[in-house]
Design a binder for this molecule. Structure first.
Ligand code: NI
Length: 173
């Protein structure tokens, strides 16, 4: 089967709770801002504004998307920790990737934001017990209930997924 360049690390795998996977996910979330920063460090302005694949996002959009997505994710975790199965608010990520604060904003602003945000997020995630990870939220668009364990798996994957889209694309250039 031909490799899908949209998914450089494959799709998210919903594995059972385990200490080893928990620690790996926490580490991925802690490391994401640094990984992303390294991924874009040597890209010039043209590369930053060139889609990583035909029809795909540019590295600039990917970085700002990660800030948008992970701000939402952090709030979803906070809601699920403090409320009983909150209904979360979906957003249109494609439109968010084209608003003025993305189109006309240096990526270092969102890299800085991600460093601060992930520090807060990581601190919260580390504090959660196995029981806490059973807490749920309801996603009205997907019409399904997700546990915080699912959410941890999704977002540990999500950061690397997008960072690797940039890294794989420029590794051979
Ligand atoms: Ni994404």
């Amino acid at each position: 089967m031909e490799k899908d360049i949209r998914y450089p690390i494959g799709r998210v795998e919903f594995v059972e709770y385990s200490e080893s996977v928990r620690l790996r996910c926490l580490s991925d979330i802690e490391q994401l801002p640094s990984l992303l920063e390294a991924a874009v460090q040597h890209l010039d302005e043209v590369q930053l504004h060139t889609p990583y694949r035909e029809g795909g996002w540019t590295p600039n959009q990917i970085v700002h998307h990660l800030a948008d997505s992970h701000m939402n994710a952090f709030i979803r975790f906070k809601l699920a920790v403090t409320e009983e199965q909150p209904t979360i608010k979906p957003y249109n990520e494609k439109l968010w990737a084209n608003t003025i604060d993305v189109a006309d904003m240096p990526i270092n602003v969102s890299i800085t934001l991600l460093h601060a945000l992930h520090r807060r997020w990581y601190k919260l995630l580390v504090s959660l017990t196995q029981e806490d990870y059973l807490r749920t939220l309801y996603h009205p668009e997907q019409q399904r209930t997700l546990t915080l364990w699912n959410m941890l798996l999704i977002y540990a994957w999500h950061g690397k997924h997008h960072a690797m889209q940039i890294i794989r694309n420029y590794a051979t250039n």
